[in-house]
Write a protein that binds this ligand. Structure first.
Ligand code: SF4
Length: 570
């Protein structure tokens, strides 16, 4: 049976049919749906891990114990998981271990545009890259075979366009793969220097063999066309190339590391002009050129952003296609109406504080009109940055706070807090606890008390955790209570040492209820205090302020900032 599937769902289906038993991940757009989908299968143990490093370590353990395992993450998550990945390449695996990593060219939902193929190359791990949903399923199954045949973790690289596009996929039956017996093998699995030196040799031999075998691997194929022009490409770019340059000969790479150099050399010889077209870094081009094979590539194309059919036509054929401007209003991302984070940033802006931000919905506290966040670096960095402000002895430090979400705090903020206490920092840390992993679509995490399958489990108590690190001052406040929240922040800033404020209120989208509504009455003096909240439901019209009922979530924040009592519940 054929089914229309998202690329991520196709990866999940491929893993399921390949007999996967364990699936781990930390949510990250555009990879989240892989593990969400796998959690629907009873045959698969699945979990949201606290972060990608733990996800890969659990996955590695499951592989050693003999279970086929898939670990999923977005590209920046691979940085967090890099430590176990580099050494897992040395130890090899027992049962198949596949690491699905989704890159984000054009940064639709990411803080950078890094290219996973470069990390794979540094870690000496082979990479398969599908170009549509059908291949996403097929390559996932192949990745498990590759992993077991060559005794290595395998990266399955996706990009946003493949992960989040739909295509027809032929569904098959699940193949039950029995647990592979675990055999104690200290020289293979204990990476201390004497063993690791020998394993490094194994890694090099494995890569050389993979490189040679890739010349006859069916995921790499030549599609014969005109001998005037040859294109080397992979992944989603292959689809653009086929549409933009239907006459060209194409070498489509399914394995993008290591590369089939003999196949490439023969292909380049067979055409008059050969261009490597790849999004992001010149990974394929650089490797090909390192073998003395002449190709074009980044002399024509940027290392930034997503490509398109029109772009490829323009760069290769010089044919510019006039884009038709879409007549639609721009919709920049904003915090939802009634978002509990809105009260936090409204207050921090009012107090004119420096705000070290973090990764999550609340990163949007940086955009107007809240415009309150000064810096966002990576998951968990806000606390370290606030410590740095303090330790630099700058005048700014006393007016600086760190803001971090509950899920992000568990992911990689805890160690920052430990550092703050251990090294006697003066730091005010605000954990904006919306009781979910909001930005990626409301996934559970260790403090929600629910597993990925919505089963009850122990709920990590953030207050107790903070106190256990040695923090003496821990306050829990509802960010909708603006006066109380402001007083708590003022008090924390006036004290020395590490202070934690947990601004706790569930994401408003988790607590939707029937709308009754608010209205702005004649008592309104048009002072625009409510407009400063930046709530999309509050609209400034030529007749004065009104509330858009379709956007209002009845949070009541506008009521609490109105000095004239002009905003009433209906
Ligand atoms: S999803 Fe929830 S936490 Fe995120 S912006 Fe919307 S209301 Fe706020």
């Amino acid at each position: 049976m054929k089914k229309l599937l998202l690329g991520d769902f196709a990866v999940a289906r491929g893993a399921y049919e390949a007999g996967v038993r364990v699936a781990t991940a930390y949510p990250g757009t555009p990879s989240t749906e892989i593990t969400e989908e796998l959690s629907r299968y009873d045959e698969v143990y699945s979990e949201w891990s606290p972060n990608e490093k733990v996800a890969l370590e659990v996955g590695f353990g499951a592989s050693l114990a003999g279970a086929r395992t898939i670990v999923s993450m977005k590209h920046v998550g691979l940085n967090v998981a890099a430590d176990p990945l580099y050494t897992a390449a040395y130890t090899g695996v027992n049962a198949g271990l596949v690491v699905a990593v989704a890159d984000d060219p054009s940064m639709f939902s990411s803080q950078n545009e890094q290219d996973t193929r470069l990390i794979a190359r540094a870690a000496n791990v082979p990479v398969l890259e599908p170009s549509d949903s059908a291949e996403a399923k097929e390559f996932t199954e192949k990745a498990f075979l590759l992993s077991e045949t060559y005794d290595t973790p395998v990266i399955l690289r996706l990009t946003t366009r493949v992960a989040h596009s739909q295509g027809l996929v032929e569904l098959g039956e699940r193949k039950e793969v029995p647990l592979k017996p675990y055999l104690k093998d200290i020289p293979k699995y204990v990476m201390m220097p004497a063993n690791a030196k020998k394993r490094h040799v194994v890694v090099e031999e494995r890569l050389n063999k993979l490189c040679a075998d890739s010349n006859s691997c069916p995921v790499n194929r030549i599609e014969k066309g005109s001998s005037d022009l040859g294109i080397i490409c992979a992944g989603g770019v292959y689809q653009y190339v086929k549409e933009a340059l239907p006459e060209a000969s194409v070498l489509k790479l399914g394995m993008v590391y290591p590369l089939p150099y003999k196949m490439i050399a023969d292909f380049v010889k067979s055409v008059k002009r050969c261009i490597v077209i790849e999004e992001l870094e010149p990974h394929i081009e650089t490797l090909i050129k390192s073998k003395g094979i002449a190709v074009e590539g980044k002399n024509l194309f940027s290392i930034q952003g997503e490509f398109s059919v029109n772009l490829i036509r323009e760069k290769v054929l010089g044919k510019k296609t006039e884009a038709v401007a879409a007549e639609i209003p721009a919709r920049p991302p904003v915090l939802c109406a009634g978002c509990p984070h809105r009260g936090v940033f409204y207050t921090l802006k009012k107090l004119k504080l420096n705000v070290m931000g973090d990764i999550g919905c609340y990163t949007l506290g940086a955009v107007p009109p809240l415009g309150s966040i000064d810096s966002v670096l990576c998951m968990g960095a806000s606390i370290g940055m606030a410590i740095g402000f303090d330790k630099a002895n700058s005048d700014f430090a006393k007016n600086t706070v760190a803001v971090i979400g509950d899920s992000t705090f568990i992911h990689s903020g805890i160690t920052g807090l430990v550092d703050a206490v251990y090294n006697k920092a003066d730091a005010t840390i605000i954990i904006v606890d919306n009781s979910t992993t909001g930005m990626t679509g409301h996934q559970n995490h260790p403090a929600t008390g629910k597993t990925i399958k919505n089963e009850q489990t122990y709920a990590l108590n953030l207050e107790e955790l903070c106190r256990a690190t040695g923090v003496k001052s821990v306050d829990v406040v509802d960010p909708y209570e603006l006066d109380k929240f402001e007083q708590t922040v003022r008090k924390a800033l006036s004290e020395s040492g590490v202070k934690v404020i947990i601004a706790r209120r569930p994401c408003v989208l988790l607590t939707k209820k029937l709308y009754k509504g608010f209205e702005i009455t004649d008592a309104c003096k048009n002072c625009k205090a409510c407009l400063k909240l930046g709530c999309p439901a509050i609209v400034n019209t030529e007749h004065g302020m009104t509330i858009d009922a379709s956007l209002c979530t009845e949070c009541g924040l506008c009521q609490s900032v109105c000095k004239f009592g002009a905003i009433k519940a209906k």
